[in-house]
Design a protein around this ligand. Structure first.
Ligand code: SF4
Length: 178
């Protein structure tokens, strides 16, 4: 009898330690409470199909999908290795917005938000109507650009061109003038 009580106490103690560790990990990663079900980040990669929307002509693979305990929705998480900027870059927000739209189309429920996780901070990005329209606009522009004979540069950032893999063949590159 004493042994059974001791064993029960030991199991309770171990469970407490595991819960505490899970809470610390969750805080460190910035992920909301929920089960990680879709992961393409290195060693923990699961073999999953990219999310595809024929309706919107989009395809993409977020780093994670987690289930929100509050709303039961799937929440996309995009992980960036860089340190967090003062505010998330528009391109990152747009990318996350595209994942939110893909999740909406796949699961039939629109997520309230997505998460942008940088090396030292995470941002919760509301999936607003405005962001949804921006994503649809961007997808439309990309579709039109695919068939256009010339595509004009959409920014004035030499650093972006310097880091671009297409700069040598790009007639619009700012890299050589920077
Ligand atoms: S080099 Fe050309 S394709 Fe690359 S970022 Fe600059 S303008 Fe865009």
């Amino acid at each position: 009898m004493f042994f059974l009580v001791f064993l029960a106490l030991l199991l309770l103690f171990a469970a407490g330690l595991m819960l505490r560790r899970a809470a610390v990990l969750r805080k460190a990663t910035g992920l909301p409470q929920g089960e990680v079900v879709y992961d393409d980040s290195g060693a923990r990669r699961e073999v999953e199909e990219p999310l595809l929307s024929r309706r919107y002509g989009l395809v993409g693979r977020p780093d994670y999908l987690v289930r929100s305990e509050a709303t039961d929705d799937w929440i996309p998480v995009e992980v960036k290795s860089a340190r967090a900027p003062a505010r998330p870059y528009d391109s990152h927000v747009l990318q996350l917005g595209a994942y939110c739209l893909l999740v909406e189309d796949r699961y039939g429920r629109r997520p309230d938000y997505g998460l942008l996780r940088y090396a030292d901070a995470s941002f919760r990005i509301p999936f607003t109507d405005a962001l949804r329209y921006q994503v649809l606009d961007a997808a439309d522009a990309i579709r039109r650009a695919r068939t256009a004979p010339n595509v004009q540069r959409s920014h004035a950032e030499p650093a972006r061109c310097r880091a671009c893999g297409y700069r040598d063949g790009c007639g619009e590159s700012l890299a050589r003038n920077a």
